[in-house]
Write a protein that binds this ligand. Structure first.
Ligand code: TXA
Ligand code: MG
Length: 370
């Protein structure tokens, strides 16, 4: 009997464990980075392995950006569609000249002003970049992150590092190492933990491969900040619209729903007092019907909700804090297993545009107007 049990357990391990690998978890102090751990991470990358590491926007899942086999592993681990190109991360501006043929003057102005930082730029790619990185496109996305640990790992690997957000496809981007662990433990070689990602949402994407530069994804580096440097730019219309047959975003990844909670996610729009009143009514009805309700509140409204599981996303007058908390609050609702989430909305200008872009996509533009 016992022997049978052992055999069954062993076989189960073989079945379940076939795709599982030993993921090394490593804490690195931001202020006093342990270079032995940094070198370990860099060596894994050089050998074609996968390392999740922190950046100031969100955690990235890194691989050697010149090695198509290593990049294929990223798609497998994330369950990412292969037409969705990766961003290459560099740690010196001079590296850009090795992977891009033409850098327009306007791009140099933007680079001098905003790099390192939460900004990804798209250029025509050079021949050394494999099409596995660019999803078959002739352009390549490049970012120079500000995060010291990210910079050290990239510099030590001495390679452009392909790194999408380190989440399973369809889940919110990870802003903490624990989020990466939840999604990718056993599927990648190493996870570096250096605390939370302070910006909290992914970088702004600015495409310089077109005559007039175009924003493909809004972030905390805003349209105004960019136009202050180089004048009028274009904004991909798909940022503001529900993706459908007639709306095809220029960044392939923007067509996918980024957060598919088991819960229904509903946005309530109107004056704050009306929004709170309506959410209180619907939430209490839902609870009477046996549903577990989540409410995404702000400092200003947190005490005004009367039922449900209320999570505070921050001060609505400090949109940077809202950005920083957004994905971890969405993940927490998932963890708590709510059936429905009601959320307030935010003004759609400046950094608010980036917040609303993520929330709109997460909810599938599911609105109640009050
Ligand atoms: O903040 C960030 O950008 C994070 C950190 C890790 O750097 N990375 C990130 O990567 O958000 P990912 O893969 O989750 O999102 C990259 C987006 C996708 O929507 C992808 O379609 C788009 O950039 N993209 C990449 N290369 C592109 C290209 N050549 N043309 C158009 N869009 C591109
Ligand atoms: Mg992503």
């Amino acid at each position: 009997m016992n022997l049978v049990l052992v055999v069954v357990v062993k076989n189960l391990k073989n079945v379940v464990g076939r795709n599982l690998m030993n993921t090394v978890l490593s804490k690195i102090d931001y202020n006093y980075p342990d270079m032995i751990q940094i070198k370990k991470a860099a060596n894994i990358l050089k050998k074609g392995g996968l390392v999740a590491f922190p950046t100031e926007t969100v955690y990235g899942l890194g691989a050697n950006g010149l090695d198509s086999k290593a990049c294929e592993k990223i798609y497998q681990a994330k369950g990412r569609p292969s037409d969705n190109p990766l961003i290459l991360h560099i740690s010196e501006i001079s590296e850009l000249y090795k992977i891009v043929d033409i850098i327009p003057n306007n791009a140099l102005k933007i680079i001098n002003k905003f790099w390192p930082g939460a900004l990804t730029l798209i250029f025509k790619k050079s021949n050394i970049i494999p099409y596995e990185v660019t999803g078959g496109l002739d352009t390549v996305a490049i970012r120079f992150p500000k995060h010291k640990i990210a910079q050290l790992i990239i510099r030590e690997a001495n390679l452009p590092i392909a790194a999408p957000s380190a989440n399973l496809s369809g889940k919110p981007s990870p802003t903490r190492a624990s989020h990466v662990k939840d999604d990718l433990y056993g599927k990648i070689d190493m996870i570096i933990d250096s605390g939370y990602s302070s910006v909290g949402i992914e970088s702004t994407i600015l495409d310089f491969s077109t005559d007039i530069p175009t924003i493909l994804r809004p972030g905390v580096i805003t349209i105004d900040m960019i136009e202050n440097e180089i004048g009028k730019i274009n904004v991909d219309n798909a940022i503001f619209k529900k993706i459908g047959e007639n709306i095809v975003p220029k960044a392939p990844g923007m067509k996918y729903r980024h957060y598919s909670p088991k819960a229904k996610f509903i946005l309530v729009k109107g004056s704050i007092s009306n929004v709170v009143e309506r959410i209180n009514i619907i939430a209490s009805n839902d609870e009477k019907n046996g549903l577990k309700v989540g409410i995404m509140a702000t400092n200003q409204t947190f005490n005004m909700y009367k039922c449900g599981t209320i999570l505070n996303i921050g001060d609505r007058n400090d949109i940077k804090t809202i950005a920083s908390n957004l994905f971890s609050v969405l993940r927490k609702f998932d963890f708590l297993g709510v059936d429905v989430i009601y959320s307030e909305v935010f003004d759609e200008f400046g950094e608010g545009m980036a917040i609303m872009n993520r929330i709109n996509k997460a909810s599938g533009y599911n609105y109640i107007i009050v």
